[in-house]
Design a protein around this ligand. Structure first.
Ligand SMILES: [Zn+2]
Length: 383
């Protein structure tokens, strides 16, 4: 992957290119920042830049043999570690190599993928991914072999959070890697990484992508009008993977959300059989929408709450207009900040459960009553 293919992140790219051109990439670098920001895209383009045989001042050439191999993620001196599950029928511990074919094809499709996309890709269902002790030992073994072709061996570790205490196996090699070896670690949540690892890496923070950059990327990649691209980019909240998932179909989430919130609110005003029936109808209908649409809907609901909080705070939202803005303005007057926060927690947990295959009818029904309780300012437990 070339730097020019990475969306936005101009400043981080400049730093990485600067370090690599001067031969000053730290031997253990950690790219730290939120999902969908392009951490992995940056790691891949840095690796390609370092290994390119014919680089220009600010990018790899894209055509030399090292670049061609990097573009297929098959360069023999580029190693990948990522969370995996234990393959069925395997008796020894799982290692990344068990899923390298799936990994390469997932990267070909979308280097902005999330952990959950990846887990679905390898059929993990509800199983938790892991980076095993055996994988750590293989990293050390592989890096001690001599390089095949480039001057540098590069080890990318995607989602370092999944290195539990096993990460301690890597401390020595992180501190003093074999000559011409570079570790590029990637993480979304620094607090979940062992301190012993954090203290041995140089951290480069990577923020979320600017809305404008997401909009431009959407316009470039899809046949899309400017209005839709703008709308998606502001909802994606700096996460290009989220933006990608919003690109098919017309966005009806604002109307769906309005109907749902009004149903829940009406339970606060006058719990009658009519009001309950409208809610039941809504839940019946929406539970058939499919998991991916339900996830997008909840993402939209979270975006909407954030904008309501902005309206309460500064009196306006830069991201909403028309009917949406009018509704958000009215809505923001109904809730105190702590109520908005509780509602956001509810939506977040719903997202979590939908992702883990909860029954949508039960989930939306029980949480509708919770949302109604938030409107009434009653105490609500979020689980
Ligand atoms: Zn090249």
């Amino acid at each position: 992957m070339q730097f020019k293919e990475v969306i936005g992140q101009t400043e981080v790219k400049r730093k990485l290119i600067g370090m690599a051109s001067a031969g000053r990439v730290p031997h253990a670098l950690l790219l730290l920042g939120p999902e969908g920001n392009g951490n992995l895209a940056l790691a891949l383009s840095t690796a390609q830049f370092i290994q390119c045989e014919n680089k220009t001042e600010d990018d790899s050439c894209g055509t030399c043999s090292a670049c061609l191999k990097n573009q297929k993620f098959i360069h023999p001196d580029l190693h990948f570690t990522f969370p995996v599950i234990k393959p069925e029928k395997k008796t020894s511990p799982a290692v990344s190599a068990d899923f390298i074919v799936e990994w390469r094809s997932a990267l070909q499709q979308n280097v902005y993928m999330s952990y959950y996309d990846w887990m679905q890709n390898i059929g993990a269902e509800n199983k938790q991914g892991n980076i095993t002790a055996e994988e750590c030992r293989q990293i050390i073994h592989q890096l001690n072999l001599k390089t095949y072709e480039s001057g540098y061996k590069i080890q990318i570790i995607w989602l370092t959070e999944f290195l539990g205490n096993e990460g301690n196996i890597l401390l020595k090699v992180l501190e003093e890697p074999p000559p011409n070896t570079i570790f590029i670690l990637i993480a979304e949540n620094g607090e979940m990484i062992l301190n012993t690892i954090i203290s041995r890496v140089q951290i480069l923070k990577v923020n979320q992508i600017e809305d404008e950059d997401i909009k431009l990327a959407l316009l470039q990649k899809f046949e899309m009008d400017e209005g839709s691209a703008k709308r998606i980019s502001r909802m994606a909240d700096g996460n290009f993977n989220a933006a990608l998932s919003m690109t098919d179909g017309e966005n009806v989430n604002d109307k769906t959300l309005r109907t749902w919130l009004l149903c829940c609110y009406s339970l606060k005003l006058k719990p009658s059989s009519d009001n309950t029936k409208s809610l039941i109808d809504w839940v019946e209908d929406f539970s058939k929408a499919g998991r991916e649409n339900q996830k997008l809907f909840l993402k939209y609901a979270l975006f909407f709450l954030r904008e309501c909080a902005m309206i309460s705070l500064i009196g306006n939202s830069e991201k909403l207009d028309g009917e949406e803005l009018a509704f958000a303005t009215k809505f923001s007057k109904l809730l105190l900040p702590e109520q908005t926060e509780t509602m956001a927690k509810i939506f977040n947990r719903m997202y979590y459960h939908i992702e883990r295959n909860a029954n949508p009818k039960i989930l939306f029904m029980s949480n509708s009553f919770k949302v109604a309780s938030v409107f009434k300012n009653e105490e609500v437990t979020v689980d």
